[in-house]
Design a protein around this ligand. Structure first.
Ligand code: BGC
Length: 373
């Protein structure tokens, strides 16, 4: 990645804004001002900490590789850490604290539990580092500078619409359709946003009787999947099938928040000897893309990790140069203490029908799709 020289205009803008001397705590509205007033820049070969939550989804694994390579190419020293499977929250807290101690200038965090990092991100701020929440919001602290993610509410809306479209296409009968709802881990701020986005589309269809949630479990707490773990989704689906779908009762559709859980739900239904319902997903994981091309899983979402990492590195470069940081949303993400200036990317729904087009810029997935055509 090429680095541009700091322009005179940016310098003038930064120092002019610095003179306004707004208090850091009262931010929220004008993120551009916020960025410029704080940015004095830092050495171009600084250490950048990347704290990622786990490896339960392919996107996190890929993000680690892309950050390592991309930050090196940009001249930085990457320090990429994953929270281990056990004692994950405490370990991630320790990792972030160590990044602060080691002098990282920016710490990018994919939170394991977005509500339990306030102390560590405050320590980062106190040490003069910038904090970027990556993919998952960090909550209840003013010490998070930026949020970079795909538009999570839109992800949910796309999933809800895909479920409706898939039912009309594949259920083999008219409404009403029997469905069940799954959501992600309660410690991930995204889970509620995905679910609310989906319910924005599905609730009217539940209200008018098009959709019937046979178990009656429509509250997010009832639908949650602790730790985003597939075994938890599979167990819940097993229980739902036994309790609400005995005999010939067919399940027509399942809202699944991501691909890992979609495959767990499908496995459960298959093991129960029932026809596979329309199941949504997210992340474009290889096994799910294959499943979609085989006509099993109905949909996924393309959130191109390469684009998200690229945008994050761009923000880091802007901070390094003392420039204004690009954001495109200053309203949606209230973390309980402030509205976090955000850069949101556009997610894309993927079904068998549009897969080739949706992955035209993702060669590894395009190759899979083409192998089925
Ligand atoms: C991410 C999803 C992912 C899930 C589980 C969420 O925060 O946005 O892409 O499927 O975590 O890892």
């Amino acid at each position: 990645m090429k680095r541009m020289a700091l322009t005179a205009t940016a310098l003038v803008a930064a120092s002019a804004l610095a003179l306004t001397g707004c208090a850091g705590g009262e931010r929220g509205g004008d993120s551009g001002t916020d960025a410029a007033e704080e940015s004095a820049g830092f050495p171009a070969d600084s250490t950048i900490g990347i704290a990622l939550p786990d490896k339960t989804s392919e996107n996190w694994v890929l993000a680690g590789q892309l950050f390592t390579d991309g930050l090196k190419d940009a001249g930085f020293k990457p320090d990429v850490q994953y929270a281990p499977a056990s004692n994950t929250v405490a370990e991630q807290q320790n990792q972030i604290q160590a990044m602060v101690t080691n002098g990282a200038k920016v710490i990018v965090i994919g939170a394991k539990d977005g509500k339990q990092l306030a102390t560590q991100v405050q320590a980062a701020k106190d040490a003069g580092a910038y904090v970027i929440a990556y993919d998952r919001l960090i909550e209840n602290t003013e010490a998070v500078d930026y949020y970079v993610a795909f538009d999570n509410f839109k992800v949910g809306q796309l999933q809800g619409q895909a479920l409706l479209d898939g039912l009309a296409e594949r259920a083999g009968h008219d409404a009403p359709y029997n469905i069940e709802l799954f959501s992600g881990s309660p410690d991930d701020a995204n889970s509620g946003v995905f679910f609310n986005g989906a319910m924005d589309v599905l609730q009217p269809a539940i209200d008018d009787g098009t959709l019937v949630v046979v178990s009656g479990q429509t509250e997010i707490a009832q639908t949650a999947t602790e730790g985003w773990l597939p075994e938890n989704a599979q167990n819940r689906m097993d229980t739902l099938l036994t309790g609400s779908y005995s005999g010939d009762t067919v399940i027509d559709g399942v809202l699944s928040p991501n691909d890992t859980l979609a495959r767990a739900v499908i496995t459960s239904v298959q093991q129960a000897g029932k026809p596979v319902p329309v199941v949504t997903g997210q992340d474009s994981e290889v096994e799910s893309v294959k499943s979609i091309m085989e006509g099993v899983q109905y949909s996924t979402i393309n959130k191109d990790t390469a684009l998200l990492v690229e945008q994050t590195i761009k923000m880091i470069e802007q901070l390094q140069k003392g420039e204004e940081v690009d954001v495109n949303d200053t309203e949606q993400y209230d973390n309980g203490s402030k509205i976090v200036p955000s850069y949101l990317l556009d997610p894309v729904i993927v079904t068998q029908e549009n897969a080739a087009d949706a992955y035209k810029n993702v060669p590894s997935l395009l190759e899979i799709v083409q192998s089925y055509q």
